[in-house]
Design a protein around this ligand. Structure first.
Ligand code: NAD
Ligand code: GLY
Length: 360
């Protein structure tokens, strides 16, 4: 079992990573100054797989456990769902010390996190991520949100968890497509921060795709280490943290323009990373051999790497301009300079983007 500390002063917390550690949740929770009533938020799918073990281990550790379910899917990451949990919390007498445990992927984690951040102006949040994407990214760093009908993650806050527990063993039941989606965020860390890690991924992509436990522990640990460093340096994204959005400006546009149905978040990020690398190459920022390595790894991870043919160029650019990262009308694009180093560019005009996209 590995412990990674996210060092944020009074808001510091541990990430526990290991195989077969889900049943230890009650033990780790006891180390925190939280109350005895626990609200576990999950979905029917994850509850069926892991609800019993979590409930039993928490009850066994002396907690009074209440389970709340939300629908399975991005379309349930809404204020309507959050309000249902506020009702449940109110009716069950959840108080300021009662922890909310988010048991699931990023959709459950973001929604439960938003509920924990806002109910009674904040109750303790425990993240128990059960997808690779949630273990390497969404459960760490404190971004919690629900979607607005007109935009993804529009309603949210920064709210750090009190503890993250990532049990690699639960990834055994994850559909292969979801495993591949998580790998997109893993590849992202190699490109933005660490060439050695990128190289390791090039060497080990096959065992990862086969779900080999040792390789998965390695990628969850390295990804969390990198994310912790970035978040420690810039918790609320006033600068450096924006590098975590590599591949996301294009990725979010692709998700939005295809109605959040055609691609998973990770698949859209796969496309976004390759498009951003191509843009960097077209601007002479990135060499061709590095572009080829990024594209090859995304493809080998079984992720899409091309913009869908039927997307209109104007719609894409409009969508970029509605990105959360737009400030004062300026787009923010994270572009690789080499593998392991990216630049945050705020000087890309509409014309530059249109000229580039015309060439696709
Ligand atoms: P998800 O939460 O929808 O989970 C994918 C599917 O896997 C679901 O059907 C779920 O029920 C199922 N599942 C979960 N764990 C399982 C398991 N162990 N075995 C079998 N099935 C399992 O998708 P996701 O990719 O985990 O998360 C995507 C969400 O995360 C998006 O809403 C995205 O915006 C958000 N996100 C947030 C951050 C952040 O920093 N907060 C970062 C990246 C992504
Ligand atoms: N997933 C991007 C971030 O946490 O900043």
């Amino acid at each position: 079992m590995e412990i990674i500390k996210v060092d944020l002063g009074a808001r510091s917390y541990n990430i526990y990573i290991g195989s077969d550690i889900l049943q230890d949740l009650g033990r780790y929770l006891k180390e925190l100054p939280v109350g005895k009533k626990v609200l576990v938020i999950t979905n029917p799918n994850v509850r069926h797989l892991y609800g019993k073990i979590v409930k039993e281990c928490l009850s066994g550790a002396g907690y009074n456990v209440l389970v709340g379910e939300m629908g399975d899917g991005e379309e349930y990451k809404t204020m309507v769902t959050a309000e249902r949990f506020y009702d449940l919390a109110y009716e069950s007498g959840i108080d300021r010390l009662s922890p909310v445990v988010a048991l699931g992927g990023g959709v459950v984690g973001d929604t439960a996190g938003y509920v924990a951040a806002t109910y009674l102006r904040g109750v303790p949040l425990i993240q128990v991520p059960t997808t690779l994407l949630a273990q390497v990214d969404s459960s760490v760093g404190g971004k919690v949100a629900v979607n607005h009908p007109r935009g993804k993650n529009i309603i949210g806050v920064f709210y750090q968890p009190h503890l993250v527990l990532a049990d690699i063993n639960v990834l055994k039941t994850l559909p292969p497509r979801e495993l591949r989606s998580g790998l997109a965020e893993v590849i992202k860390y190699g490109v933005i921060w660490n060439e050695e890690f990128f190289f390791w991924l090039e060497e080990n992509i096959e065992p990862l795709l086969a779900g080999e436990a040792g390789s998965l522990v390695h990628v969850v640990r390295e990804s969390c280490r990198i994310k912790a460093k970035v978040v420690e340096a810039d918790e609320t994204e006033s600068g450096l943290r924006a590098i975590l959005n590599y591949g996301h400006t294009v990725g979010h546009a692709v998700e939005a323009l295809t109605g959040y149905k055609k691609y998973t978040h990770g698949e859209a990020v796969g496309i976004g990373m390759v498009v951003a690398a191509r843009l960097a190459w077209s601007l002479d920022l990135l060499g061709f051999s590095e572009l080829s390595r990024i594209e090859a790894l995304v493809r080998r991870a079984g992720l899409p790497h091309k913009l869908p043919e039927n997307l209109l160029l104007e719609d894409l650019v409009e969508s970029f301009l509605h990105d959360k990262k737009v400030t004062g009308g300026n787009l923010t694009f994270v572009l690789p300079e080499r593998i392991g180093k990216v630049d945050i560019r705020k000087d890309l005009t509409r014309k530059i983007l249109i000229d580039f996209l015309n060439l696709r």
